[in-house]
Write a protein that binds this ligand. Sequence first.
Ligand code: CO
Length: 134
Amino acid sequence: MIGRLNHVAIAVRDIAKAAALYRDTLGAQVSAAVPQPEHGVTTVFIALPNTKIELLEPLGQDSPILKFLERNPDGGIHHICYEVEDIRAARDKLTAGGARVLGTGEPKIGAHGKPVLFLHPKDFNGTLVELEQA
Ligand code: CO
């Protein structure tokens, strides 16, 4: 069911500093920072030959990554995103098997303008999993 690894997301306190680390120290291709108020984060995408890294900085008081950064003050891997062909079919199959989808269970439009949903980390080896319709 799952296809390519679309991205690995890393939560950071200072996205300019983190972007500079990837650009200058690691020599990667780094996008501009984009505020995504509807998701409570600012994002930077780092293009790698085989996948992407998504840097996430909290935006606003209700940011969904604030608690994560309280627990992980140095930042850390926040989620991994796999592509699926049909996100509703994937959700229905997973929920039928007992997996929990976060939020309303309906896909939302994610940072790339494509439908996404998140699966409960307790059902996936302690890892928050994002599914994105390819
Ligand atoms: Co993501």
